[in-house]
Design a protein around this ligand. Structure first.
Ligand code: SF4
Length: 261
């Protein structure tokens, strides 16, 4: 009797594990977030909305020059001063207001203490951040992951593009659906989320561009060429991490977990 071949299915978690390993081998540790303190991470997360990191870095440099990377000085900054500093990042009125809103809220609600903010249950801290004007899920999660060391995957446009082009999510999926997928299939590991997200951004910048995917030479090309055995079943939601699935040890020079504010 002829037997019907069963489709070969791979758990999404195993696929993600392979992607992570290949990207890390190819690109190396990314050393995110490029900042000296947690406050600088937070300002960077706000400033990089809808612009390049290069423009956000210019704004950060101006804030540094003005002495506004110190919490005590930033709290006293006028909106006009902030607008002048953050102008290179675009949407400068909105971003200056968001920075001021955050700083005033932190002062009023947590006595200016980032330790107090991040000592709360992560979901509580997240909902507080999301309630602030100007902070959406992507910015809130970047703050929680890169400044607070909390395992929230930043499912930004780069991440969603790569996942969708590999049929891991739908191209219609938005931020929350993509994040849910990643949280469902990856161990909740802050260091892993940090590095994996940075690697996916690098992939998006170098190869998986918005206009077109430049697959030739992309580290993930192999997964397109050999779909058999590398594509997951969307029906499956069981993650079975191998013991070796661990993030790369951190590189020196990233943000200090307890840096001065
Ligand atoms: S460029 Fe091609 S191979 Fe690379 S991530 Fe995008 S779709 Fe995949």
């Amino acid at each position: 009797m002829q037997r019907t071949a069963q489709p070969f299915e791979v758990e999404p978690g195993e696929v993600l594990e392979k992607y992570y390993e290949v990207l890390l081998r190819q690109f190396g540790p990314q050393g995110w977030w490029p900042a000296r303190t947690r406050l600088e991470v937070i300002l960077g997360a706000i400033l990089t909305q809808n612009t390049t990191w290069r423009n956000a870095a210019l704004a950060i440099a101006r804030l540094r020059q003005a002495g506004f990377l110190r919490g005590s000085r930033l709290r006293r900054a006028s909106i006009a001063d902030l607008e002048a500093c953050v102008r290179p990042a675009g949407y400068y009125r909105q971003k200056a207001r968001t920075i001021q809103t955050f700083v005033r809220w932190l002062e009023g609600f947590h006595r200016g203490s980032l330790d107090a903010l991040f000592a709360q249950p992560p979901e509580v801290a997240r909902s507080q951040l999301l309630a602030l004007r100007g902070l959406g899920p992507e910015t809130a999660d970047a703050i929680l992951l890169y400044a607070g060391k909390q395992p929230f995957f930043v499912a930004d446009a780069y991440t969603r593009r790569v996942l969708a082009r590999h049929d891991l999510i739908s191209s219609e999926d938005g931020y929350l659906a993509a994040q849910r997928f990643l949280h469902q299939h990856l161990p909740a590991d802050e260091a892993l989320f940090n590095e994996f997200h940075a690697l996916l951004v690098e992939t998006g910048k170098r190869h998986c561009k918005r206009q077109a995917a430049e697959c030739q030479g992309c580290p993930l090309e192999v997964f397109l060429a050999d779909r058999k055995g590398t594509q997951p079943s969307r029906r499956s939601n069981v993650f079975r991490p191998r013991s070796g699935f661990r993030p790369h040890p951190r590189r020196e020079g990233g943000v200090k977990a307890h840096g001065s504010e």
